[in-house]
Design a binder for this molecule. Sequence first.
Ligand code: HSE
Length: 437
Amino acid sequence: MTDKRLAEGPIRVALLGCGVVGSSVATMLTTHAADLAARVGRPLELVGIAVRRAGKDRSELPVDPALFTTDAAELVTRADVVIEVIGGIDPARDLILSALKHGASVVTANKALLAEDGPTLYAAADAAGADLYYEAAVAGAIPILRPIRESLAGDDVRKVLGIVNGTTNFVLDKMDTTGAGFAEVVEEAQALGYAEADPTADVEGFDAAAKAAILASLAFHTRVSSADVHREGITEVTAADIQAAKDMDCVVKLLAICEKTGEGDDVGVSVRVHPAMIPRSHPLASVREAYNAVFVEAAAAGELMFYGKGAGGDPTASAVLGDVVAVARHKVGGGRGPGESAYADLPVRAMGQARTRYHISLDVADRPGVLAQVATAFAEHDVSIETVRQQITDNGRANLIVVTHTAPDAALSATVDALAALDIVTAVTSVMRVEGS
Ligand code: HSE
């Protein structure tokens, strides 16, 4: 039944956080108020904006200065919809739980919290009969969670391949176009404002891993937390790796890979973040600079790609406001929208069980029997070779490039260790997984 007060008055919206995203949300709520009211069926009334520092000059924002408060805990008790864009685990978690307990629906962009402790929040939303929406948590403006949760609800999603971190895509793209090394490009990215002063969360893959956990949970109806995600960042990617990819007509991307593996009773999920070579002909290869994209493979739909801006105030606010309109409509009409589900409860496989392909570049001695020894190392680990290319270099040495067929990651990794230990191998110059072909 529709709440009587809601049927008569505006929907009260509280905003927690007024940084880059919060400022855009506050501005859009104010300047688009008439359209939002028409779309929701009731006006959205911004009843407060929780900030850390009360005295800061925010005169550029088109909102009543009286709305700013440092008492977020009190604010969440007097709202119908709470927007959380503070980020981080604490105090965001307690504020969201309190908001839900007080009957508010919550819209959040907090990927770290959802990936670490999503089930606590989903359970609280269920108990309260409230919505918990988080489209902005993955890939900024790109509508990807609602399509996976709702549009593909009748299909069987097999794989999600995402470029979900703009900072690392910018860095890898620059390395590809300029031939520069990682450290040099990160400095440039920092100067341009693409990378944070401390870029760890991005370049070590933590941000992408949180997003992978959220994508996999929705795609496979299974609880996946950031601790379940195998994570490798891009700090070890060298100019030699980028050149090796170019030589293969490939490009290196940091991918969030969520995959259903096995058949019948043996189905599981593999969720991982690591750099990988993809062919330049793959749609994800054309994702340049700081853009994001998510490529979805579903049994009936086939291949789908979602592309756009993955960060920034206005793009992220667009996703937040889309969720605000959705949950506000549910408040007006009564009931809740579709939430996450974990009914499939599939096992999350260890990285060693993931089936991948490797590109391996080796410096070897150029003499009889070398190729045979290299081939034996692959055969002994039950890894099948797809292609081998040899280039003679200086001083009786050769560069061997081997691309494998698909094999368990543990077998591929053990093969690389065995190759590195061979006397005839001077150096393993590049090892990179291959995806998308
Ligand atoms: N730091 C992220 C990125 C944006 O570089 O894409 C927020 O998730």
